[in-house]
Design a protein around this ligand. Structure first.
Ligand code: 5GP
Ligand code: MN
Length: 340
């Protein structure tokens, strides 16, 4: 770690063109980490651009620096030119280049030095020149905080930086309740509040800021689309393209819906399926010692964490449900014996 910090410190000791990017469908941790780091690097005099592969939820748009973010799918030419010119590219909150979607080629072909900061299992070491990986960290935002601290730039953590990093840690720990939340996490959170992060305001902006359609879509999911497989301790919620259209779906509207299926007693494994832009996307969640990232990797070309993972299916929503029923049967013994 110390060697890498030294290397990174040398790299940012002179003014540079820097790009920060994150995984497609960026969540609170991806955007919080990216904008937290952005707000530190601009204070050091760098020219910094945050580029996301695609758009992201409106409830993340309040974060300081968001107005400068470039969405690759909306401004391909400008994003490509900036990426080609960059001296340094930070890759945050993902470990596989494919998670950049159509932006992946541009990043891969760029001559910049690449620094990856991530907390997912098995990051691909060939993607970056310097890799900061901590699979035990609750969030990438926590690692970013620690890197800033190790670099000796904690004095640059102002209110803007603090609020971004707070959002990353809060969203990836389910508001500090997942088992990845440690004493260290709470110490960092305390410091961020000390630096000006308004914790209560941030919770309101992220969790109590939904559109009417989103809340009605949630009601529809729970009333009409929740399937419970009691004998397997599993549950599925699924939405097809027509249903999303009916509720005027906007990016971010389905985030978190899977967690409602997991709030049911005796449900250990919950899956949310949605057909978005012709792609059948899955969100997998679990309780205790049941590892969903292994299922995401084996059956749905995906990955993630022990209790939260995702992937894609190459068959229809209906066929994906049938495939999942087979998976539930295959894992039945494990599901029934999972310790919380
Ligand atoms: P979500 O269900 O919220 O989209 O993602 C849950 C977790 O799984 C996140 O940590 C996310 O990074 C990871 N994940 C989601 N989709 C994919 C995917 O297609 N591939 C991989 N490797 N990880 C994914
Ligand atoms: Mn994360």
């Amino acid at each position: 770690m110390q060697e890498k910090i030294k290397l990174l410190k040398a790299l940012i000791s002179e003014n540079k063109n820097i790009v920060i990017t994150v995984h497609r469908g960026p969540d609170g941790d991806a955007m919080g980490s990216a904008l937290g780091l952005y707000n530190v690097l601009v204070q050091l005099g760098h020219i910094v651009t945050v580029i996301t592969p695609n758009d992201y939820a409106c409830f993340l748009h309040w974060m300081p620096g968001n107005e400068k973010v470039i969405v690759f799918t909306q401004e391909e030419k400008r994003a490509s030119e900036i990426t080609e010119k960059a001296d340094l590219i930070f890759l945050l909150d993902f470990g596989q280049i494919a998670r950049l979607d159509t932006y992946a080629n541009v990043v891969q072909n760029a001559s910049a030095i690449k620094v990856m900061i991530d907390h997912h299992q098995e990051p691909d070491e060939s993607v970056s020149d310097i890799l900061f990986s901590d699979v035990s960290a609750c969030s990438t935002a926590q690692i970013v905080f620690e890197i800033i601290e190790e670099l000796g730039y904690k004095n640059l953590i102002n209110k803007d930086v603090a609020e971004c990093l707070y959002t990353g840690i809060m969203t990836d720990t389910g508001s500090f309740k997942y088992s990845s939340t440690t004493e260290r996490t709470h110490h960092i959170i305390a410091e961020l509040i000390g630096k000006g992060a308004e914790n209560s305001k941030i919770h309101d902006l992220v969790y109590d800021n939904f559109s009417e359609n989103r809340v009605k879509l949630l009601g529809y999911c729970l009333n009409h689309k929740l399937q419970i497989f009691k004998e397997n301790k599993a549950a599925i919620i699924s939405l097809n393209a027509e249903e999303l259209k009916r509720f005027n779906f906007k990016t971010g509207d389905t985030e978190g819906i899977v967690n409602y299926a997991l709030t049911i007693e005796d449900v250990i494994f919950a899956v949310f399926i949605a057909e978005k832009k012709g792609v059948v996307k899955l969100s997998l969640r679990s309780k205790g010692g049941f590892w969903v990232n292994e299922i995401a990797k084996k059956y749905f070309s995906g990955g993630g964490h022990k209790n939260a993972a995702g992937g894609v299916s190459d068959v229809s929503v209906e066929e994906t449900i049938e495939k999942l029923k087979d998976i539930f049967k295959e894992y039945k013994t494990q599901l029934l014996n999972t310790k919380l």
